[in-house]
Design a protein around this ligand. Structure first.
Ligand SMILES: [Fe+2]
Ligand SMILES: [Fe+2]
Length: 439
């Protein structure tokens, strides 16, 4: 099948083109006038017609002509004009309606609906789980697979089989990063894992290093689980457990913050390590500001654990949306970065069990004091003080992850943080200066 656009090529819908090509493996062509469009469509029933409405005034004529053809695909109409919304309900001819600048998922869904073709490279039957997570178990109560190709998965551990760390190391050495669990076993696996983590997070007799490791595993588990489930009560409970474990540790520990952060950085995953670092740092800054009531600490820690869940390692590293960095990303990745604050804020707003105001911290986590942040470019007076603590903490976590905690880094950070010394950032700035013992 091939897609055929009717419209001006210059005003191309590159987003739709890229998904046709990259996700569905379809080629495409353009026709700039109706007769060329109809000629091509009449001669090839395996064409997916895509009409860009803004270019043509007489849509009904086109619709009449398409009605008479025996097309294998349902035509797509790209339009923002509400007067056409009734067309999709027409029983003679169902159009798939698509608004311009729709998000990636919606575009994919529309093409899937119009063509009946499934997206490539997506295998929803198998859920990926990071391999090092299996070191925690010697039995997972689920069949475990490795992926050979998009279609082919091979079982490496049987449901009732006991295994040891040697097996996991063997696969790690071969470069295997993820194991896969089938959809029907995943819920069971999830519950099993969750119980294990919960027990460890609340263990009294556990070394700080081991506790940090458990918190890291829990963070990565939450991120992975959220790619399969929504915010179920189970997941919300697990996130809260991690939050409380973080707060208890940072509040009570006699270990210096930097020494704890050192235990976090294992360079296995920026995303998980960065989330946990941000949590510790924000709790410590709030403590120094004498804002350490449980409510505030909970919100900061929750925001830290959840703020980048819609990103992967590569995209989470794009801390400031600088033009230089964006050049390295394709349009789909850029859009994911631009949208992730909105997405997580919206998700939290519609989920139960989270404190009010958490959505705002999430929405604003890439705003900056000089209004150069995103998505809204707020000024330092429009960003709430608790968001300011979060933004500063993330900045510090990001720098320490890449540059370590030598005196040079601290000096550099001290200098950079000066930029935050105004508006609602002032108090958070003063707190941040105290976390390495300077003021
Ligand atoms: Fe982040
Ligand atoms: Fe982010």
């Amino acid at each position: 099948m091939k897609a055929l656009f009717l419209g001006e090529r210059e005003k191309s819908h590159e987003d739709v083109e890229l998904i046709l090509e990259g996700v569905f493996g379809l080629s495409f062509d353009w026709a700039t006038n109706l007769s060329e469009f109809l000629d091509k469509t009449v001669n090839d029933s395996f064409i997916l017609p895509i009409i860009v409405e803004s270019e043509f005034s007489n849509i009904s004529k086109i619709i009449d002509r398409l009605l008479k053809l025996d097309l294998k695909a349902t035509p797509i109409l790209i339009t923002n004009n509400p007067k056409y919304s009734g067309l999709s309900g027409n029983t003679d001819l169902r159009f798939v309606m698509l608004k311009t600048n729709s998000d990636v998922d919606l575009i994919e869904e529309s093409i899937e609906k119009a063509t009946g073709l499934l997206r490539q490279n997506v295998n929803k039957q198998y859920h990926p789980v990071h391999i090092y997570r299996f070191l925690k178990f010697n039995n997972v109560g689920a069949d475990v697979y490795i992926k050979l190709s998009d279609e082919k998965f091979v079982k490496v551990i049987n449901k009732d089989e006991m295994y040891d760390s040697g097996l996991i190391e063997k696969y790690t050495q071969r470069g295997v990063e993820k194991f896969y669990i089938r959809e029907d076993d995943f819920k069971l696996f999830f519950n099993h894992f969750q119980t294990l983590l919960r027990n460890e997070l609340y263990k009294e007799e556990i070394s700080e290093e081991k506790l940090i490791e458990t918190q890291l595993s829990s963070v990565s588990f939450v991120h992975e689980a959220l790619s399969s489930f929504n915010f179920s009560p189970d997941i919300v409970e697990l996130v809260e457990n991690i939050t409380h474990s973080n707060i208890r540790l940072v509040k009570k520990s006699n270990t210096k913050l930097f020494d704890m952060l050192k235990h976090i950085v294992r360079s296995k995953s920026y995303l998980y390590e960065h989330s946990l670092m941000t949590s510790y740092i924000s709790i410590e800054i709030a403590k120094k500001m004498n804002w350490s009531n449980t409510n505030t600490l909970e919100k900061l820690s929750l925001a830290s654990l959840l703020h980048d869940i819609y990103l992967d390692d590569k995209l989470a590293k794009v801390h400031d949306i600088e033009k230089e960095k964006l050049k390295e990303l394709d349009w789909k990745e850029t859009k994911r970065v631009q949208d992730h604050s909105f997405q997580i804020a919206q998700q939290i707003r519609s989920s139960e069990g989270f404190p009010p105001d958490l959505d705002n911290i999430l929405l604003n986590h890439h705003e900056l004091p000089d209004s150069s942040g995103y998505p809204r470019g707020l000024s330092a007076l429009k960003i709430s003080p608790i968001s300011c603590i979060f933004i500063l903490s993330e900045k510090i976590a990001h720098t320490l992850f890449f540059e370590g905690d030598s005196g040079d880094t601290v000096n550099k950070l001290n200098l950079e943080l000066e930029k935050y010394n105004f508006g609602n950032f002032k108090k958070a700035f003063q707190g941040a200066r105290l976390i390495w013992g300077k003021n």
